[in-house]
Design a binder for this molecule. Structure first.
Ligand SMILES: *Cc1c(COP(=O)(O)O)cnc(C)c1O
Length: 369
């Protein structure tokens, strides 16, 4: 038997069939159909923001957001993220400037932020990581001092709240990914959440060729619309979201109970006042890459596939290595965490016995490494 790092949540087959049945009657498959409009309304309520723009995936949502804001110059961001964050910046003709992360929760370190601001800086693009939230107040304070826009990669933060405040309410806008492997998904999909109606208007243009009416095209937009089948999957999955997060919490807690106190490994950070979505279970090994890789190999021998997420750092990707315009020198924390990290399998329905087996393998591998 094979255990992967994640397994996509599926609604009941009959429930999905009921949801897509009207599409056979209407023949309306995309372009702001009923399913998309209903999902948009429900997500605005769930995320507690007045504007949610739905996209065919999270990455194109992020590119559209950078396009809609007409940013130019440097964007301060984190190297401890998925390729998408940095690629979006570079593909929009902007220059990423990498800020180190903090040890406490692996998010962008606000203490290191201000020294990176130059006259070319236009925006800050931090990433909420593993269900932990960035220090949004400290980041906003720096942004306000320098007149910078803050946009969040919130791909890991769907459903996360701090003091009851939705992750979607921080900064000027947040991108969410609804990829099949995320806590909440629409097969492929994504969204930008914002409180700015004007920004939402510009996102609608970026998403649909700049078309405003049958005879009018006002900007050079691309195509990144979510279709009705994606929205239908989203409607089904949204009904079960609270149960899914509760099931993830159970797995997360079981791992924590069984790995707490093991020498040489650090458990996932937890943040006071934050309701996590339990998206991932990252372990960081003090012994670094050698121990981490030994643990991964021990798991793989039993058919268990954990993931080195995020390793390597974005700045070490072949496509970015050695770029003279990227300063990648001052990232000691990101480098250490990336070298030591592995995320264990975590999804609703992962059996208690499998969690226990994984913990036993991890404990033995660490002891022998
Ligand atoms: C998944 C993810 C993305 C990209 O989202 P897609 O929907 O897969 O395009 C961007 N950033 C982070 C941190 C992610 O985990």
């Amino acid at each position: 038997m094979r255990i992967n790092v994640t397994r996509s949540s599926m609604p009941d087959f009959e429930e999905f069939c009921r949801e897509i049945r009207p599409l056979w009657d209407s023949h309306w498959l995309t372009n702001n159909g009923d399913k998309l409009l209903e999902l948009q309304r429900l997500l605005q309520a769930y995320l507690d923001v007045p504007e949610v723009s739905l996209f065919t995936n999270g990455h194109l949502a992020l590119e559209a957001l950078l396009e809609a804001l007409a940013l130019r110059g440097e964007v301060i961001t984190t190297p401890f993220t998925f390729a998408s964050t940095t690629h979006a910046i570079v593909r929009r003709g902007l220059t990423p400037v990498f800020c180190d992360i903090r040890e406490s929760d692996y998010t962008l370190d606000p203490e290191r932020l201000e020294e990176l601001v130059t006259e070319k800086t236009c925006a800050i693009l931090p990433v909420h990581v593993y269900g932990c939230l960035c220090d949004t107040d400290a980041i906003q304070a720096v942004a306000d001092r320098h007149g910078l826009k803050v946009i969040y990669d919130a791909a890991h933060a769907f459903g996360v709240r701090r003091g009851g405040v939705s992750a979607a309410r921080f900064g000027l806008a947040s991108m969410f990914s609804f990829h099949a492997t995320k806590v909440y998904h629409t097969i492929e999909g994504g969204a930008v959440a914002t409180q700015s109606a004007e920004l939402a208007q510009r996102l609608a243009l970026a998403r649909n060729f700049g078309i405003t009416g049958p005879d009018d095209v006002v900007s050079v937009g691309g195509n990144a619309k979510m279709n009705e089948f994606q929205a239908a999957m989203g409607l089904c999955n949204l009904r079960h979201l609270e149960d899914e997060i509760a099931a993830r919490r159970h797995v997360h807690q079981r791992y924590t109970d069984r790995l707490d106190g093991v020498r040489g490994l650090r458990l996932p950070p937890s943040q006071p006042g934050v309701d996590s979505n339990f998206a991932y279970f990252p372990l960081v090994f003090a012994g670094g890459r050698a121990v981490r890789d030994a643990v991964c190999e021990a798991l793989a021998r039993e058919g268990i596939y954990a993931r080195k997420y995020f390793y390597p750092l974005v700045t070490d990707f072949a496509c970015y290595r050695g770029r003279p315009d990227f300063d990648t020198s001052r990232l000691p924390v990101a480098r250490r965490v990336s070298d030591g990290v592995v995320t264990l399998p975590l999804y609703p329905g992962l059996a208690d016995a499998d969690v226990d087996l994984i913990c036993r393998i991890v404990r033995e591998a660490v002891a022998h490494a």
